[in-house]
Write a protein that binds this ligand. Sequence first.
Ligand code: DX5
Ligand code: ZN
Length: 222
Amino acid sequence: MYTKIAPSILSADFSRMGEAVKLCEEGGADLIHCDVMDGTFVEPITFGGQMVKNIRPLTRLPLDVHLMIEHPKTQIKFFAEAGADIITVHYEACAKISQTYLEETLKLIKSYGVKCGAVVNPDVPVEKIFPVFTLCDMVLIMSVFPGYGGQKFIQGALDKIKSARAYAVTIGKPDMDIEVDGGVNAATAKLCREAGANVLVAGSAIFGAPDFAAAVREVRGQ
Ligand code: DX5
Ligand code: ZN
């Protein structure tokens, strides 16, 4: 299975975001991962729909918007209209509102013609999102607690990737996108690929590398 690489612009210099986006495209990335943080679901605040809107015309790459926010349903419209290609929402933010909130949010994303995905934190079993696998274009397994780039990969993510891939096969979606986010570098990427992940997010390992394109290839395992 081809491995798609999604550099996280969280690790870019926010004053030079246009250049970072160009670097992703020229460096062989497959998606651009946009980390949206609200200061409540996670401590930091990053950016909102305006950033997505502004980088949209700068690249043909799909924009992978990872919403680390409370009440995600209220924000879908803004990110969809800003030009997101895929929007992922956290199970934890949805489950605290109601049992049906995650499903409702995923359906709302799809109603805009945007791909959707569910995310689980390191302390949440992946089985919690099995009920929405049929609705999802992608699932995202966090391999760090969200909030900051540059953290250490949590090995427990590997078994969750395996379970997610196995379950995707059983529901007849063997090629479903399974994304991993947090602490991904050349070494941990190999473990993720072997476990069945095919979309790898990397922030510091790519933006912190001296040669962007070489770092993309290394994470992809080329
Ligand atoms: C963490 C973010 C990640 C982060 C990854 O809250 O969701 O996307 O940017 O950064 P690295 O690859 O440095 O762990
Ligand atoms: Zn992310």
